[in-house]
Design a protein around this ligand. Sequence first.
Ligand SMILES: [Fe+2]
Length: 225
Amino acid sequence: MESNQPPHLYAPYKSTIFRSPTKPLIIVAENLKDLRLPAYGESAIGKFDNDLTKNARVNGEPIGERIKVFGKVMDENERPLPHVLVEIWQANSAGRYIHKAEIHDAPLDPNFLGAGRMLTDSAGNYSFYTIKPGAYPWGNHHNAWRPNHIHFSVIGHQFEHRLVTQMYFPGDPLFEFDPIFNSVPKHAQHLMIAKFSMDYTDPEFALAYEFNIVLNGKLRTIFEN
Ligand SMILES: [Fe+2]
């Protein structure tokens, strides 16, 4: 079966030239894959940590299109994984991050931090309310823009259950121009794109997007190297 994962080195995505490994990778021994990862206590998760429309409110609502992003975290046999830590971070609706290295000339939103986290429930489900992120330029090449995306980090209970990835939105016109998106083999690109869900859309409140995550095995969600 052809791999779904991107190569470590993909020249059009320029940073990979500098950070891809120059020596052969060390393969983790089979008996070490079940090693347990450090546990994160549930008490560390705050009540509004999975609601980015509320977790940084200063004096009002964040600006932009409110959305719900939800899904299931699973292992290679599609068994749901309860109590794994799902963290997200993203630009605001204007395509601007709160980060000291950020230089994009777009406004910050005083009511939007752009970061959230939660533990999956007993059936492996997670759900965030947030604001749909804007596209932003990133200087990789002339007129380079990132498609709208949300960064994900998942930390499960085992060494193998660690994933960093990006979720995209269906029908984005920037897909064909983005080297990060295109570093992933064509046949696997759909695994990074959330599905719009009318069934889970909250009437009068927020459109819903479903993004399921597989942490290991052949169907593993795309890992951002
Ligand atoms: Fe980003």
